[in-house]
Design a protein around this ligand. Structure first.
Ligand code: GLA
Length: 392
């Protein structure tokens, strides 16, 4: 069996899901779909204020092998957990026992709610995107599921609409009020590029990942706690800030306007607003720096982003700070910051290629000395968004 993608990790995953499919359901899957995880280079907690983000899809994936059914049943097998779940497309409700299947259920619910007619299917899901690490394994499951339904049911759905419907599934079916960034980059990512996404217009600009540097992701192994409740609190605080400043969203406030009017805001709201408003400017400055090949400046902006997330937005934690501080001490590091929602999970580091090997050893050692935890470190490449690996 051959797959359209040469990446050996991905081929291994594809073989794993097709083998599991034959065991669970008998016979062959008719399609195999892959959706990547993501890392955000800069622009954190700005998407739900209509702002700017600069994520890349990464070479870690959720893979689905599927075959259509003649009825309205969806049978799922999660190979990594060795668990099954089943649901009826005419009766979609969240499941409190098999919570993992709520992403697939929610996507079916959102697609049907938008008027698309779905076919039942048998499907096996597996992946190598670390779970609960801030690399968006859940958004990857959503987008992979949407793409699988879309392919089997022959739906005419573009990448932006797919992202919006997956976000709707997560917001309204799963109950997490995430922004659009994760589903968007997983839907539309491009190999060797980050995407500058305008989260208001939903347009994007391709930004090449510069040559000579590696994207290194350091997983603190501190699982994200608190994240759901604190995330929703931050959203409310941003909305309160926008109301107080009389604008539709914080995207509409420049750094200069904020500085002139910040005394009108209550202290906590002021800090939250300062993060979002300065972070939006940092994203634009970072893209500008990349355009001028000024990696030094890009790295400084990443570092400033971390400080702002730590002190003003207060979504970092001791482990993320320890990992970032260890990175800042290493030679060849251009910039380092927490990535994703925060409260645990991963940092993203821009490291000169020749320093990457030594970086991994030293950061791991210094992080373990500081926290007692063993980190995981991944050197990643920027990947394409969701895609069909094989069709029978
Ligand atoms: C999570 C959400 C995104 C975004 C980030 C923070 O990953 O799903 O929409 O808000 O947090 O930048």
């Amino acid at each position: 069996m051959t797959f359209a993608d040469a990446d050996p990790r991905l081929q291994g995953l594809a073989t794993r899901v097709t083998d599991a499919f034959a065991r669970e359901f008998g016979g062959d899957a008719t399609i195999v779909v892959a959706a990547p995880g993501r890392v955000n280079l800069i622009g954190e907690h700005t998407d739900y204020s209509d702002g700017f983000v600069l994520p890349a899809a990464i070479d870690r994936h959720i893979v689905i092998a599927a075959r259509p059914r003649a009825d309205r049943t969806v049978q799922l097998y999660a190979a990594d957990m060795r668990e099954s779940a089943q649901f009826d497309l005419d009766d979609l409700r969240p499941d409190t026992n098999r919570r993992w299947s709520n992403y697939e259920r929610g996507v079916a619910w959102a697609l049907q709610g938008a008027g698309y007619t779905l076919q039942g299917m048998d499907a096996v899901v597996a992946g190598d995107v670390p779970v609960a690490s801030g690399l968006s394994s859940s958004a990857a499951i959503e987008v992979a599921t949407a793409f699988t339904f879309q392919t089997l049911s022959d739906l005419d759905l573009d990448g932006v609409e797919r992202a919006l419907l997956c976000q709707k599934a997560e917001n309204e079916f799963v109950g997490m009020r995430c922004g659009i960034m994760d589903q968007y980059i997983i839907s539309l990512g491009r190999r060797d590029h980050a995407l500058l996404i305008d989260c208001r217009s939903l347009d994007y600009e391709l930004v090449p990942v510069p040559a000579g540097v590696s994207l290194v992701i350091c997983d603190t192994q501190k699982r994200r706690g608190l994240v759901d409740s604190e995330y929703n609190t931050r959203r409310n605080e941003c909305e309160a800030g926008a109301r107080a400043l009389g604008v539709p969203a914080l995207r509409d406030v420049s750094v200069a306007t904020f500085e002139a009017r910040q005394d009108e805001l209550a202290p906590v709201t002021r800090k939250r607003c300062r993060h979002v408003i300065t972070e939006n400017q940092r994203v634009l400055d970072a893209v500008d720096a990349l355009g001028r090949d000024d990696l030094q400046r890009f790295g400084e902006l990443m570092n400033a982003s971390h400080v702002s997330l730590r002190d003003d937005y207060e979504v970092s934690c001791a482990e993320l700070d320890a990992m970032v501080e260890a990175a800042w001490r290493q030679p060849g590091v251009l910039g380092a910051r927490m990535t994703g929602a925060g409260f645990g999970g991963c940092t993203v580091n821009l490291v000169q290629d020749e320093a990457t090997e030594a970086f991994q050893h030293s950061v791991a050692r210094e992080y373990t000395d500081a926290t007692g935890l063993e980190p995981r470190i991944y050197v990643c490449a920027a990947e394409d968004g969701v895609r069909l690996l094989r069709r029978a």
